[in-house]
Design a protein around this ligand. Structure first.
Ligand code: 13P
Length: 262
């Protein structure tokens, strides 16, 4: 019997919105969804603010019982020690941070994060019960040279080495050429790669975990194209960048089931 996976609409704020702006944003998004009679629980709404916002966001979500998940954008591979500037999964867990983005292409590109580093960060998150959102994706050159699935599949194989079969993970397929470019993949392209990635999860962690693991698409997702992705059987949500820090746009993305009549 097919397992139903709760759609996950996740906003990666990147380096945008300070903690005061974050509090205002979360309140406005909550009101926007309320005003639109959005049914809580029909999808999971996740926000990924900068580290300095996390405590404020956690306090607000907790106090007002706002039904959003929240996560960090990076984590140290170490638990504690002389690692100036790093933030441990242990600290995130203490803040009730549920998720952490690991291996985003901007970190691979600007911070030289290799597949090995990504693998160790995945382990660090899992050690402390924080669900890693493992990002993989090919560049335009990779696409031309190897096709769409080869590079993201190889990245995921490396990230899942030594991960327990029953681990809770989320995978995000983010073609580098689609990020911030306004040129999203087609739903068919996203489906093809997400299906291949589910195959990688099945191979590494077994079919049961593969069936329940959510695989997201990311790269120029907007209110106008989200529904097409969500119709695909192996696309279980989206990791949204630019459109996730615009209240009305992200609110419409979360409500994709309503406004396009899927
Ligand atoms: P954009 O939605 O701005 O293309 O960014 C996608 C992304 O990198 C999310 O992690």
């Amino acid at each position: 019997m097919a397992v139903s996976r709760t759609p996950f609409l996740a906003g990666n704020w990147k380096m945008n919105l300070d903690h005061l702006q974050a509090v205002a944003f979360v309140q406005k998004l909550h009101w926007s969804l309320r005003d639109a009679a959005h049914e809580d629980g029909s999808v999971e709404v996740g926000i990924f603010p900068p580290f300095t916002d996390l405590r404020s966001v956690q306090t607000l979500i907790d106090a007002d019982r706002i039904p959003f998940s929240f996560g960090a954008q990076d984590v140290s591979e170490h638990d504690a020690g002389a690692y100036t500037g790093e933030v441990s999964a242990q600290f995130l867990a203490k803040l009730q941070v549920g998720y952490v983005i690991v291996g985003h292409s901007e970190r691979r590109q600007y911070h030289n994060e290799t597949d090995e580093v990504v693998g160790r960060k995945v382990q660090a998150a899992l050690r402390h019960g924080v669900v890693p959102v493992i990002c993989v994706g090919e560049t335009a050159e990779d696409l031309e040279e190897h096709g769409a699935s080869a590079v993201p599949a190889a990245q995921l194989v490396r990230a899942l080495e030594d991960v327990a079969a029953d681990a809770d993970i989320v995978v995000a397929y983010e073609p580098v050429w689609a990020i911030g470019s306004g040129q999203a993949a087609t739903p068919q392209q996203a489906q093809e790669v997400c299906a291949a990635l589910r195959g990688v999860v099945a191979e590494a962690l077994g079919p049961v975990t593969a069936e329940r693991t959510r695989i997201l698409y990311g790269g120029s997702v907007k209110a106008g194209n989200i529904a097409g992705f969500m119709r695909e059987p192996d696309v279980d949500g989206a990791l949204v960048g630019g459109a996730s820090i615009v209240v009305d746009e992200f609110s419409a993305i979360v409500r994709y089931q309503k406004h396009v009549g899927v």
